[in-house]
Design a protein around this ligand. Sequence first.
Ligand SMILES: [Zn+2]
Length: 82
Amino acid sequence: MGKKKTIKKGKKPHKNKATSKKYTKYKIDGDKLIKERFCPRCGPGVFLMNSQGRFYCGKCHYSEFASKKVDKEEAVKEEKKE
Ligand SMILES: [Zn+2]
Protein backbone atom coordinates (compact mmCIF):
# COMPACT_ATOMS: atom_id res chain seq x y z
CA MET A 1 0.00 0.00 0.00
CA GLY A 2 1.45 3.32 -1.08
CA LYS A 3 -0.88 5.38 0.98
CA LYS A 4 0.68 7.88 3.32
CA LYS A 5 -1.23 9.00 6.29
CA THR A 6 -0.32 12.27 7.93
CA ILE A 7 -1.17 12.28 11.57
CA LYS A 8 -2.22 15.62 12.91
CA LYS A 9 -2.42 16.16 16.56
CA GLY A 10 -5.39 18.20 17.65
CA LYS A 11 -3.62 20.12 20.35
CA LYS A 12 -1.28 22.96 19.54
CA PRO A 13 1.70 23.56 21.79
CA HIS A 14 0.75 26.00 24.51
CA LYS A 15 2.33 29.41 24.33
CA ASN A 16 2.50 31.65 27.34
CA LYS A 17 0.77 34.96 26.99
CA ALA A 18 2.68 38.14 27.63
CA THR A 19 2.30 39.12 31.25
CA SER A 20 0.35 42.22 32.07
CA LYS A 21 2.62 45.04 33.10
CA LYS A 22 -0.06 46.44 35.37
CA TYR A 23 2.05 45.90 38.45
CA THR A 24 4.58 48.43 37.13
CA LYS A 25 1.96 51.14 37.56
CA TYR A 26 1.94 50.65 41.30
CA LYS A 27 4.73 51.91 43.46
CA ILE A 28 5.07 51.63 47.21
CA ASP A 29 6.62 54.58 49.00
CA GLY A 30 7.01 53.68 52.64
CA ASP A 31 3.50 52.70 53.68
CA LYS A 32 1.86 54.64 50.88
CA LEU A 33 0.64 53.16 47.62
CA ILE A 34 1.34 55.37 44.62
CA LYS A 35 -0.73 54.76 41.51
CA GLU A 36 0.05 56.20 38.13
CA ARG A 37 -2.42 58.12 36.01
CA PHE A 38 -5.55 56.18 35.31
CA CYS A 39 -8.32 56.81 32.81
CA PRO A 40 -11.07 59.18 34.01
CA ARG A 41 -13.53 57.45 31.72
CA CYS A 42 -12.68 53.83 32.47
CA GLY A 43 -11.90 54.52 36.12
CA PRO A 44 -9.06 53.32 38.33
CA GLY A 45 -7.60 50.04 37.15
CA VAL A 46 -7.28 51.15 33.54
CA PHE A 47 -4.05 53.05 33.32
CA LEU A 48 -2.98 55.56 30.70
CA MET A 49 0.19 54.91 28.77
CA ASN A 50 2.67 57.76 28.62
CA SER A 51 3.83 58.52 25.12
CA GLN A 52 5.85 61.63 24.26
CA GLY A 53 4.36 63.76 27.00
CA ARG A 54 0.86 62.51 26.38
CA PHE A 55 -1.29 60.07 28.26
CA TYR A 56 -3.36 57.67 26.24
CA CYS A 57 -5.99 55.10 27.19
CA GLY A 58 -5.83 51.95 25.09
CA LYS A 59 -9.35 50.98 26.08
CA CYS A 60 -11.48 54.03 25.20
CA HIS A 61 -8.77 55.98 23.28
CA TYR A 62 -8.87 58.83 25.72
CA SER A 63 -5.81 61.08 25.46
CA GLU A 64 -4.51 63.83 27.68
CA PHE A 65 -1.54 66.16 27.53
CA ALA A 66 0.82 65.82 30.44
CA SER A 67 1.60 69.49 30.88
CA LYS A 68 1.47 69.30 34.65
CA LYS A 69 4.47 67.03 34.78
CA VAL A 70 6.64 69.54 32.91
CA ASP A 71 5.78 72.25 35.40
CA LYS A 72 6.80 69.97 38.22
CA GLU A 73 10.17 69.20 36.69
CA GLU A 74 10.89 72.89 36.17
CA ALA A 75 10.02 73.63 39.76
CA VAL A 76 12.46 70.97 40.94
CA LYS A 77 15.22 72.49 38.81
CA GLU A 78 14.64 75.92 40.31
CA GLU A 79 14.85 74.50 43.78
CA LYS A 80 18.23 72.94 43.03
CA LYS A 81 19.68 76.24 41.82
CA GLU A 82 19.13 77.94 45.13
ZN1 LIG B 1 -10.28 54.75 29.05
